[in-house]
Ligand binder design. Structure first.
Ligand SMILES: [Zn+2]
Length: 114
């Protein structure tokens, strides 16, 4: 598979692209934050005392691991998406799909690959 470059030079279209990326990133970060908080709350009992992961019951431990995996799945998909460059974290640049890495990078960062 060849590299795919998506270049937008029209300032209005850049603004639309950047705002769409920001909107989607905000929704993803909101979802990740909820997963993180649900996971963190499992580590406190009803009195607010911290519980070690090793002291969680089987159901809570399974839920703790499931929430962590769901969080990481979102993160992995985000890092491979066109929403941001995984190397420089820019959300406002033209992007290139790098088939070797199976991820999108900004044009500048992608040029560093051999
Ligand atoms: Zn970059």
């Amino acid at each position: 598979m060849k590299s795919i470059v998506i270049k937008i030079s029209n300032p209005f279209l850049k603004l639309v692209r950047d705002n769409l990326r920001a909107l989607i990133l905000s929704a993803i970060n909101d979802k990740k934050g909820k997963l993180y908080n649900r996971r963190k709350n499992l580590l406190f009992n009803e009195k607010g005392v911290k519980i070690l992961v090793s002291d969680l019951g089987p159901q809570d431990l399974a839920l703790y691991e499931e929430l962590g995996e769901e969080w990481w799945e979102l993160e992995r998909r985000l890092r491979r998406s066109i929403l941001l460059c995984p190397l420089c974290n820019s959300t406002r640049k033209n992007m290139v799909y790098n088939p070797k890495e199976d991820a999108w990078f900004c044009v500048e960062c992608n040029s560093r690959f051999p």
